[in-house]
Design a protein around this ligand. Structure first.
Ligand SMILES: *Cc1c(COP(=O)(O)O)cnc(C)c1O
Length: 405
């Protein structure tokens, strides 16, 4: 099919929920994608952090293929080897006790919210169920994770939303303390059971939390038996140069969620909990049909195998290389460069990110936007320096043009 034929069918048969770019992709190799007509794109998006080890990754494809031939699915009512291998590899590298696998980020966060509420219910009874999350956060598209998301634009149309979420500004310990004080005054024993944070707010604009704030939040949680829930759906699986971002922040969450990059392009998400929280779910209290299906688990095991210590170190180096390159352009349109590893936000002054991203796509570079003012760069973690250079050259030309306009 040609790109135009694909677009026509999409318009006719698909619910138009996405503001799609005018780009159809047919195949990829490394961090380079090709349209049906053979137009080449450098990919700074990785399917929003999903294609973590790039396209046409032969070892990954072979692992997935071999598992698909052997056993493509078995109900979670039975045991299987890929599932437990993945569970032990992931939890030991993450320093967490146990895992529950699901299929996507929103579903993972639902599980995280359920653990927090059940932990509190088991220990304190009803009424201690409020979860505090941060303004500018993004936690998913289900009714409950929309309620957890700290951006007003997501709190529309689908009323009533799930109760029990409060949003406070990020990097403001006093606002958090005041809210906790007010909540415990209004509810005997305190109405709050958990805090939910992204260490780098991805959709909100690639906004890293201050390390001092994160440490203080962890201390407040520990002192009040509030669970610290960390949403690493976007930051996890090597994106920031460590397997999980909390490993660089020097905290250990009670529960952490992951999804996007974990299985290299196959749908998978999940949550890991520490000792304190890993017995909260008991048989019958949480489940999912597909979670860590053998094929997805085989893909995830191969992703973890490829993301060894050398690969993680290379992610930090490539991220620093890209940030230095962009800084070196000295373009007035570039206001700030922020992020960690290969999760980079470039806030713009006097140019609309969406328009810049569109112009980039016309010129052979796919790049994301984040928040109101930023471009977001999240290439496959395996991107080569040659591909980085090519993509950065396109970005520079487009940003120079934008500035000249
Ligand atoms: C993408 C994302 C989600 C939602 O994940 P889905 O797989 O789309 O459900 C949740 N939290 C964060 C931080 C995300 O980036």
């Amino acid at each position: 099919m040609t790109s135009d034929e694909i677009k026509a069918l999409d318009e006719q048969y698909v619910m138009q929920t996405y503001g799609r770019y005018d780009v159809a992709i047919e195949h990829g190799e490394g961090a380079t994608l090709y349209s049906p007509e053979g137009k080449q794109y450098i990919d700074f998006t990785s399917g929003i952090g999903v294609s973590s080890i790039g396209y046409g990754n032969k070892e990954w494809a072979e692992a997935v293929y071999a598992q698909a031939l052997k056993l493509q699915h078995i109900s979670n009512l039975f045991y299987s080897e890929p599932y437990v291998k993945l569970a032990s590899e992931l939890t030991s590298r993450a320093g967490m006790a146990k895992v529950f696998f699901s299929n996507a980020g929103g579903e993972a966060n639902e599980g995280m919210i359920k653990i927090a509420r059940k932990y509190s219910f088991d220990k304190y009874g009803k009424g201690r169920s409020t979860i505090i999350s941060l303004l500018q956060s993004f936690h998913g598209r289900t009714i409950t994770t929309l309620a957890a998301t700290g951006q007003d634009e997501f709190h529309n149309y689908f009323f009533p939303f799930t109760e029990g979420f409060i949003h406070v500004p990020a990097n403001d310990i006093k606002a958090l303390e005041d809210t906790l004080g007010a909540e415990s005054a209004s509810e005997p024993g305190g109405g709050v059971c958990a805090l939910m944070i992204e260490l780098i707010q991805g959709e909100g604009g690639v906004l890293p939390l201050d390390p001092g704030y994160v440490k203080a939040v962890a201390d407040i949680c520990a002192a009040n038996d509030l669970l610290l829930l960390v949403d690493e759906v976007q930051t996890g699986v090597g994106r920031t140069g460590s397997l999980f971002a909390y490993q660089q922040y020097g905290i250990s969450p009670d529960v952490v969620s992951f999804a996007k990059g974990i299985a290299g392009g196959l749908p998978m998400g999940g949550i890991m909990a520490n000792e304190k929280c890993s017995g909260v779910f008991t048989p019958g209290t949480h489940a999912t049909t597909f979670g860590a299906n053998p094929v997805a688990a085989a893909g995830a095991l191969e992703v973890l195998r490829q993301l060894d210590d050398a690969a993680l170190a290379a992610i930090l180096e490539k991220g620093a290389y890209a940030c230095d390159a962009i800084k070196g352009w000295n373009l007035p349109v570039v206001q700030e460069i922020r992020g960690m590893g290969l999760m980079i936000g470039i806030s713009l002054d006097g140019a609309a990110p969406k328009k810049v991203a569109q112009t980039c796509s016309e010129n052979g570079l796919l790049i994301l936007t984040a928040g109101a003012d930023a471009l977001r760069m999240m290439p496959p973690l395996t991107i080569t320096y040659d591909e980085l250079d090519k993509g950065l050259a396109i970005l520079k030309t487009v940003l120079e043009g934008t500035y000249d306009e």
